[in-house]
Structures are given as structure tokens and as C-alpha cells.
Design a protein around this ligand. Structure first.
Ligand code: AMP
Length: 419
């Protein structure tokens, strides 16, 4: 038996309704904010991610699915959407055509992490980006879109945390302060942290290794190193969120794993999913366009993990379940009635109703049971008598009420079905 690859999951028909509900909510809410959908390829040049995400990150360092194609080009299955979207925006000169571009995206991402509950190797994200604005209004709008989506989905067991990484100069000061702070602890710290001390000390704050905890606990706090303009920016974002009625708390230890973030960083966290506590997060990345060879363009965006949203919905007992799946189950009582039943089902579909027939040609009783199982609202029954009289019996499943109508009398059928 060939099995699915570890860390990948089949989405079965019994799960699909919840996915559709989330997907249509993303589309509807993003559209209500004026965002437009973009779709980018599943694989890109490896260099896009190593440059765009950063060599020192876990994603680029150890989690990418990278392979050589037949032309010996190094390709990578995308681990996240932002770098691909920024590449597409640069390549298609979207910001030149419109100084403020709002995009959303939904699809599969690939990271070679150790699979566990809420952590997969192929997972799915909803992603939104605002490109072109360096104003706090864009940060507040991105967070408001994310918050609206969670509200529309019906989730409540989460908290919005925000922080500021400041501008480049503030971060450089902070970086130096962190290095000075961690240096005396370094011998007792994890190998990961040892290698990050020089290259990306902010990432040490994110460390999950217990041996790093004592050093991380007393580490200096970024907010104390923000210069005046970074501080004013962060205050303005908070003011806007308050004006929009979006609850948040400031988490001074929140740093995002990716190198290109500046100013606002935010995360939606929950206590209900064990160690995979982030359902979504994002932040501002004013240096990314230049990093990827574009002209300086500010951006802010976020991504939700769809599987984690579904897990949390299940935890909260709010997973959307299947509604009625079929309008009419057309039952044929004998072989000669079967073509008429199939034809009637076709006609119903052409008129906008859903209809099924029994491809197993089972007994009347078995077909009735199947109509029940598929939650059909009506059954239409055609047997020898109906066939000879050119009639069909239409039965309402909820009431058991039944009427006989002409097999060709589509307007009468339509009337009955609309009730
Ligand atoms: P990131 O791009 O790392 O900021 O991730 C954004 C969101 O994607 C996270 O908050 C998670 O909800 C989700 N996510 C990230 N990695 C995984 C994974 N390996 N499996 C499932 N969901 C993930």
C-alpha cells in the first residue's frame, strides 16, 4: 500500500464543507476591503526565498523542499507567499500602475518541519498584502482585515498581540544590545542560538530550547530601543486599532522569524492548540522589494494557517457542517424507467437544481434510504405506471406529502421545488 507522505493530509468530502466556508469567507471579507486575488506558481527559483526570507531563518536554513530540475536549476516549493507575491508585483509592474496595491492569496505552502498537531509539511494559508504605503493606516487596515475574517468565521478563543521592531537604525541599536546581553551566556546556550548570536540575534528571543530560557528571560526589550519616529509610528498604529475597536495587547517579546520585518509585527495566538499557538501573523516589510531587485516599496501583510483555523473552530465546537446536499433524488422503479429518471435529473440540473439518480440500480427501499442519507429535500419517483401516464410522483421528505405531476411539466416542478 502506498501511503500519503508524512505531514500531508487528504481533505475528505466530509471535511470539505468547512474548507469551502472558510475559503468563501476569506474571499468575501477581503473583497469587502477592496483586495484583489493573485495566484502565483507553486515553485520558484530557490534564490527568491533565500534572498527574500533570509539565510538565517529556519525556513531557508532547514525547512525548504529544494530540488534540481532537468536543466540543473535549483527550484523550491514555496514555503510562504509573500516573497512570491512581491516577485510577481515587481515583475508585472503592479505598483507602477497603481501606487497602492491590495492583494490576497490562498493556497498550499511547503515546509519540512517535524509534523505534529497543527504542524504539517504541506499546509494552506490565506494571505493578504498591502503594497505601496508606509503609513500606519496600512498596518491598521491589514490587522482590521485579519480581525474581521476571524470574527466572520466565528472564532473567539484567540488574542491579538502586537509589537514594533522599529526602523533599521532602532533595530541596529537593539541588535547590538542583545549581542552584548547574550555574550556571557553563550556557552550554556543551544547550538541554534550560538549560530544566531552573530547573524540574527533577534531570532534567539524566539527560541524554544529550554537551555536558552534564562538568557532570554532577562534580555533587553525592543520597545526601549525605539527611536522617536519608530515610537510615534507604533503609537499611531495602536491609536488606530483602538479607534477601530480591535482589542490587542503589546507583547514586547514578539519577533517574527523572517529577516525583512520592520515596525509593526503582529500575531493571533490561542491557548487551545498546544504548542502550535499561532493561528496567523504578519508584519511590515519595507526592505523586501529592494532585496528582490525591485524599487523601494513599503509593504505589510499577514497569513493565516487554514488547518489551524479549522482545528480551533473544532475546539470551539463551531466547525461548519454539511447542509442539505441534494434537491431531488430521482428514483426509477424499473429498468425501463431509468432513462426517464436520468433525463428528469438532467432537466432539473439545467434549471438550477441539484439532482441525483441511483447508479447502483438498487431497490425502491434502498434508494429511499440513500435519499435520506444524502439529505435530499425531495424524491421524484418514476415506475411503470408513471411512465405509461407520463407522470412523476414528487415527495417532500420533511413532511411525507406527495403529489403527482406531468413529467414534462417543468414549471409545476419548479414551483414545488422552490417552496
Ligand atoms: P508564518 O508564515 O510562519 O508567519 O506562518 C503564518 C501562519 O501559517 C502561522 O500562524 C500558522 O497558522 C501557519 N503555519 C505555519 N507553518 C505551518 C505548518 N508547518 N503547518 C501548519 N500551519 C502552519
Amino acid at each position: 500500500m502506498i501511503q500519503a507522505i508524512r505531514g500531508t493530509k487528504d481533505t475528505l468530502p466530509s471535511d470539505i464543507h468547512a474548507w469551502h466556508t472558510l475559503e468563501s469567507t476569506f474571499r468575501r471579507v477581503a473583497t469587502s476591503f477592496g483586495f484583489q486575488e493573485i495566484r502565483t506558481p507553486l515553485f520558484e527559483s530557490t534564490e527568491l526565498f533565500s534572498r527574500g526570507i533570509g539565510e538565517t531563518t529556519d525556513i531557508v536554513g532547514k525547512e525548504m523542499y529544494t530540488f534540481l530540475d532537468q536543466g540543473q536549476n535549483s527550484l523550491t516549493l514555496r514555503p510562504e507567499a509573500t516573497a512570491s507575491i512581491v516577485r510577481a508585483v515587481i515583475e508585472n509592474t503592479l505598483v507602477e500602475k497603481n501606487p497602492l496595491v491590495r492583494l490576497w492569496y490562498m493556497g498550499a505552502m511547503f515546509r519540512q518541519e517535524r509534523p505534529q498537531k497543527g504542524r504539517l509539511r504541506q499546509f494552506h494559508q490565506f494571505d493578504a498584502e498591502i503594497l505601496g504605503s508606509d503609513k500606519p493606516e496600512a498596518d491598521a487596515e491589514a490587522i482590521a482585515l485579519a480581525a474581521n475574517i476571524l470574527r466572520e468565521i466565528g472564532l473567539t478563543a484567540f488574542e491579538l498581540q502586537i509589537n514594533s521592531l522599529g526602523n533599521t537604525e532602532s533595530r541596529a541599536h537593539y541588535r547590538a544590545a542583545l549581542q552584548a546581553h547574550f555574550a556571557p551566556f553563550i556557552d550554556s546556550m543551544s547550538d541554534d542560538s550560538k549560530s544566531r548570536l552573530e547573524r540574527n540575534p533577534l531570532r534567539i528571543l524566539d527560541s524554544k530550547h529550554p537551555e536558552d530560557a534564562p538568557a532570554v528571560k532577562g534580555a533587553p526589550i525592543l520597545i526601549d530601543y525605539l527611536d522617536e519616529s519608530s515610537r510615534a509610528y507604533f503609537e499611531r498604529v495602536q491609536h488606530l486599532l483602538t479607534a477601530l475597536g480591535i482589542p490587542f495587547s503589546v507583547n514586547p517579546r514578539l519577533v517574527r522569524g523572517l529577516d525583512y520585518y520592520c515596525h509593526t509585527a503582529f500575531e493571533f495566538v490561542t491557548t487551545r492548540l498546544g504548542s502550535q499557538n499561532a493561528i496567523g501573523g504578519g508584519g511590515r516589510y519595507d526592505g523586501l522589494f529592494e532585496q528582490l531587485g525591485g524599487k523601494k516599496t513599503p509593504g505589510i501583510g499577514f497569513a493565516f494557517g487554514i488547518e489551524r483555523l479549522l482545528l480551533l473552530l473544532e475546539e470551539e465546537g463551531k466547525l461548519p457542517t454539511n447542509e442539505i446536499s441534494c434537491d431531488v433524488y430521482v428514483i426509477a422503479l424499473d429498468d425501463d424507467s431509468s432513462p426517464l429518471a436520468m433525463k428528469l435529473a438532467q432537466t432539473l440540473r439545467e434549471h438550477g437544481f441539484s439532482a441525483t439518480t441511483d447508479a447502483l440500480r438498487r431497490s425502491f427501499k434502498a434508494q429511499m434510504r440513500d435519499a435520506d442519507r444524502t439529505k435530499s429535500r425531495f424524491v421524484a419517483i418514476i415506475g411503470e405506471q408513471e411512465r405509461l401516464n407520463n407522470k412523476v410522483i414528487l415527495k417532500t421528505m420533511a413532511t411525507g406529502e406527495q403529489v403527482e405531476i406531468g413529467l414534462q411539466d417543468i414549471s409545476a416542478l419548479q414551483e414545488l421545488l422552490k417552496k
